[in-house]
Design a binder for this molecule. Sequence first.
Ligand code: NOJ
Ligand code: MG
Length: 581
Amino acid sequence: MKLILVLTVTIKLAIVSATDTEWWKTALIYQIYPRSFKDSDGDGIGDLTGIKEKLPYLKSTGVDGIWLSPIYLSPMRDFGYDITDYKQIAPEYGTMKDFQELLKEARKLGLRVILDFVPNHTSNESDWFIRSARREPGYEDFYVWADGIVDPERPGEVLPPSNWVSHFRRSMWEYHPGRGQYYLHQFAIGQPDLNYRSQRVQAEMKEVLRFWLDLGVSGFRVDAINKLYEVDPNDYGGVYPDEPLSGISDTDPDDYEYYDHIFTQDLAETYEVVFDWREVLDEYTETHGEYKIMMTEAYTNLFNTILYYGNENRDGAIPFNFIFLEEINKNSTARDIKTTIDKWMTYMPHGRVANWVNGNHDQSRLASRQGPERVDAMNMLALMLPGVALTYQGEEIGMTDGHVSWEDTKDPQACNTDDPINYWKKSRDPSRTPYHWDSSVFAGFTCGVEPWLPVADNYKELNLQVQLRSRRSHYNFYKDVVAVRKTAASKYGDLGILAYTEDILVVTRLLPNARGIVGVINLSNKPQLVDLSSVTLLPKYLKVVASGVNCTQTKGFILLKDYIIVSNNCALLLQTISRCC
Ligand code: NOJ
Ligand code: MG
């Protein structure tokens, strides 16, 4: 009896001590846009088996986890962000068995799988929506329904409940003849917003989280979180109040930017829901032996963003750092970049985990946004700053935006412009073109029919295979920096940022013994001499551990800290060494 007790206690202790509660704090998370990553069955659309085939590549790159953009059953009006059933896999991406095999393979390789959780809206083809439109008991208030306003000019006709305009243009309200009411959609007409004032919706969405957690996923990226609530008409005399104009003159009244969205985003209620989800995830930490990560997507101001972290009473999520993505551009100086990094580190609540986002499927690719010459610099920064690093597929090889003609355009945000000339200003297709694996037809993305979006023109010169073979490439540099990311200095070293000049940015991560790493970036088009003797803690000798495509030094070179020549647009990663040779 005694022995059994001792054994149970020991086993329990073993389980507890095996729980990995730290992995996420320094994780490198690689975003996969499944439709465009790798097609295994030749239908021109990427799929789960394609992703599984490429897991060894991601492992060898040094990635810790993959975040998959939505893989669920969907009519694909917004390419998976319009979900018919949260618990089924889209047939074009595979089956539940394929997903489980992907998970198994990932686990074998030590890679974690993170899913996209899309709580704000479903597809209008979802069973919930169909039932709600029919006013089936229990489902009546699953969505945001409202009566129209009687049109004073045309008696018998109704107008939308308010002037609210959707992200993808035109009214946020769509009339549903079956129900005789309008429903709200922050995005496409096919994406009705769920009603978070319904406790049943809240409960169902927690069940969705549990369903995937039970299967063994390591966490979620949460879509459009700040759109979860709109104001309650009961607080406004029973009506939905109109939103004021933003004052941005060069847009038209059908455009989202035309209005200031004070009633349809960032509502205080949102945060409590996130904290509740955090609790659901925390239920799994011990039983699954790992902390489950949650990252929230909200394009909003810094003040509203950092609230997602949580407070003294409740834990929250890692809010995506979009100032890193949005404020830094082609013309940013070293001082600008330092200011942006400092801003996040300053406003982030103490003890929370930072993160650095260089791109995603909604933004122009890093190499196009910032210029190909800044790819190494920005990748190195995201990878060497403290906290979580996020890489959107293709950034490790510096892929650029593809050209997608009006005829080939698929993104609803672009299609809704109805404008064959200016559609590209709204289009997210250019950053969603297929991944460039090699120089073969369709860049090795598919062996079958034409891909769902055209492959970018430059794939023959810019692809993974070419970069794997060349001595200096964005990929090889990226991989070298990722390897250094696994060291103690990169994980725990104190952060120092020095805007040496307008052109030179220096980032240090030093441990108490003054061991550590130094990133030196030259943003200019000419070589520069950098003297780091003012960084007193830094030892005299530094070894090159990663050298960007524009640098002259090779890996293994020893440099003196007071005499570092950095060629134009070069990003160098150096490690302290105690002795010269
Ligand atoms: C953000 C997603 O990243 C984007 O692709 C999508 O269109 C909207 N949310 C709506 O789900
Ligand atoms: Mg909403």
